[in-house]
Design a protein around this ligand. Structure first.
Ligand code: MG
Length: 238
């Protein structure tokens, strides 16, 4: 899984380096697909449930599952969540990052900073003997203290030979509740945090893209993390 994670992480980092005003989300998608294949992997998202891209590209009020398109161009001040996964040797890696396109408004920069920190706090809770609720609580407590909404309908997940395995990994929950974490479990931990309401809208015509109900921006960060008998081990790392 480290190799699948490495390829996934490299695809995310290198694709993120291309983020700039004027680039289309399809260009980002094609770059990521080529990179994954050059590294000996298979794009995990391509064809998944009929999905047409190798990345999900979710801009501003799009929370997750945005479909790359030749007609969608990034603009100064946008934020874009790029979510990308790779399969190597039958094992899957999955990770996401929300990038600022040029200069963004201070309140948007704050949303990115806090959501990234939610992810780090959640990863730090991914320890043997803790429970799933500890991960969710780590995200929810920080996000709500900042006045943000934590998405309920979409959650992190177990990952291994399949991209989405049990258990679900919610970004909300109570300390000490839920499935006990054991060494050897691997989780995709992925806070989705909205500047406004936690409520979502869609998907609509494209059958994929999920929006915030109030059209305010949303941020999304994800890493694939193994539970060990010591510190959490981030597998989507180069
Ligand atoms: Mg995921």
């Amino acid at each position: 899984m480290k190799e699948a994670g490495r390829v996934s992480a490299k695809a995310l980092r290198k694709t993120g380096e291309l983020v700039r005003p004027g680039i289309s989300t399809l260009e980002l998608d094609k770059f990521a697909e080529n990179l994954i294949r050059m590294e000996g992997g298979i794009p995990a998202f391509l064809g998944y449930g009929g999905f047409k891209g190798s990345i999900c590209s979710s801009i501003n009020s799009q929370i997750v599952h945005g479909v790359p398109s030749a007609g969608v161009f990034l603009k100064e001040g946008d934020i874009i969540s790029i979510d990308v996964g790779a399969i190597v040797g039958g094992w899957v890696g999955d990770n996401a990052w929300t990038f600022a396109v040029g200069q963004v408004a201070p309140e948007v920069a704050r949303l990115l900073e806090v959501t990234e920190q939610c992810m780090w706090d959640a990863i730090d809770a991914a320890r043997e003997g803790n429970r799933l609720g500890d991960i969710g609580h780590a995200v929810q407590s920080l996000a709500e203290r900042e006045g943000y909404g934590v998405v309920r309908e979409y959650v992190g997940h177990g990952i291994g030979r399949d991209m989405h395995e049990d258990p679900n990994v919610p970004n909300f929950g109570k300390k000490g509740q839920g499935v006990k974490l054991k060494s050897g479990m691997v989780l995709a931990i992925e806070p989705m945090v909205n500047m406004g309401t936690h409520k979502t809208a869609g998907p609509f015509e494209d059958r994929w893209t999920v929006f915030t109900a109030d059209n305010k921006p949303s941020a999304h960060f994800e890493k694939t993390v193994a539970i060990t008998d010591g510190d959490p081990l981030i597998l989507t790392a180069e």
